[in-house]
Ligand binder design. Structure first.
Ligand code: OSB
Ligand code: MG
Length: 370
């Protein structure tokens, strides 16, 4: 397969409600849709999921789009791809820039599946036709608002609830939720907002029978996570720290975590993600599929990944309407009995809604590849 044409659409989708993390507040999901066309005219899609500012990891949407346009695509056009994992090999000399790589890697997976006449789910050897999913709830203004939000999501059928925390919106919020929902599969995500000075507080959170606590400390810190894990029973889950298989091995060897939140964008694509999932399964670390408020294309990739046999814990993969009123794909992902169906159509198995794509596109770039 040879890539002959590329196009980037910068899309801004309004969120149904603002999403607040320890980093800040987001009311619009801005991303790039990457469209790749091969020599047969087959079209594949990937989503570039980075944020507008480098507060989650180092990349931003515009730095990643730049790397895609001026560095990765010029390399890609020179080669004949034989299988999806060739993309990872081709870009292995490029340090970092995982989100940029992941967008291309994803679009190539879609293309390979379409050329072979199979669904991405089949290409990834998945068996599950439906997957149980969870919801990630942003930081709320009050404990009452948080309880009411959790209540609504539980009523909709979500089987696992993650609550974003930050200093001063943590212990009492989680305690209230735990009192109200004693048996709920509950977890907290700190997005690196704490330091070792707050270990006493984290030990109090340890009393709440959480399924895990995600990324309490800084985004490159394996050592203090390992120190904390020795002092608490609640499994630590690493998110921001894990950019590659190498990082997953490091987390395991240093005992920095017992679980990994795996995001395709954060680890540079599906090939790397699958290697990490296989490693986790092999060593007995829990692995689950995280999210970055993806639109329909990115969500389809997450669902296919989470349908693989290494995944035994509901991911941050909620129904479309939890995020958006309008999405760029024709059929919304819906929640039924706490589960989402795995698309079985050709490739990623979702169809673009051209009207919505035009409506929410704020910039379009044709990338000439010759
Ligand atoms: O830390 O997991 C995170 C969203 C944006 C950036 C980071 C994170 C998140 C989420 C949302 O928790 C997960 C989702 O897509 O529902
Ligand atoms: Mg997280």
């Amino acid at each position: 397969m040879r890539i002959q044409h590329a196009k980037l659409y910068k899309v801004a989708l309004p969120l149904v409600e603002p999403f607040r993390t320890s980093y800040g507040i987001l009311d619009t999901k801005t991303f790039f849709l990457l469209e790749l066309t091969d020599e047969l005219g087959t079209v594949g899609y990937g989503e570039l999921d980075a944020f507008l500012v480098p507060d989650y990891t180092e990349e931003t949407l515009d730095t990643a789009a730049h790397i895609i346009e001026f560095l990765l695509l010029p390399e890609l056009k020179k080669v004949l791809l034989k299988e999806p994992k060739d993309v990872r090999t081709l870009f292995s000399w490029v340090k970092g820039n995982e989100m940029a790589k992941a967008a291309i890697d994803s679009a190539c997976y879609d293309l390979f599946a379409k050329r072979r006449g199979v669904s991405l789910a089949e290409l990834l050897k998945t068996k599950q036709k439906k997957i149980p999913v969870g919801v990630s709830i942003g930081i709320q203004n009050s404990e009452e608002e948080l309880i009411s939000s959790v209540r609504n999501y539980v009523a909709e059928g979500y089987t696992r609830v993650k609550i974003k925390i930050k200093p001063h919106a943590d212990l009492s919020f989680l305690q209230k939720v735990r009192e109200e929902f004693p048996d709920l599969l509950l977890m907290a995500d700190a997005n690196s907002a704490y330091t070792t000075e707050q270990i006493p507080l984290l030990k109090q959170i340890d009393q709440l029978n959480l399924a895990m606590i995600e990324q309490p400390f800084s985004v490159r810190d394996f050592v203090n996570h390992a120190r904390l894990q020795k002092q608490i029973h609640t499994p630590i889950c690493l998110d921001e720290n894990i950019r590659s298989l190498e990082d997953a091995i490091q987390a395991y060897e240093l005992q920095s975590a017992k679980a990994i939140n795996l995001k395709i964008a954060r680890v540079g694509g599906l090939t790397e993600a699958i290697l990490i999932a296989q490693f986790c399964e092999q060593v007995g670390m829990l692995v689950w599929c995280g999210g970055m408020l993806e639109a329909g294309i990115g969500r389809a990739f997450n669902i296919a990944l989470a349908a693989r046999s290494e995944f035994h814990f509901p991911g941050d993969i909620s129904a479309t309407k939890r995020y958006f009123k309008h999405d760029i794909i024709k059929k919304d992902f819906e929640l039924n009995n706490g589960e989402i169906e795995v698309p079985q159509g050709l490739g990623i198995g979702v169809e673009l809604d051209q009207k919505n794509l035009q409506r929410f596109t704020i910039e379009e770039r044709d990338i000439v590849l010759d």
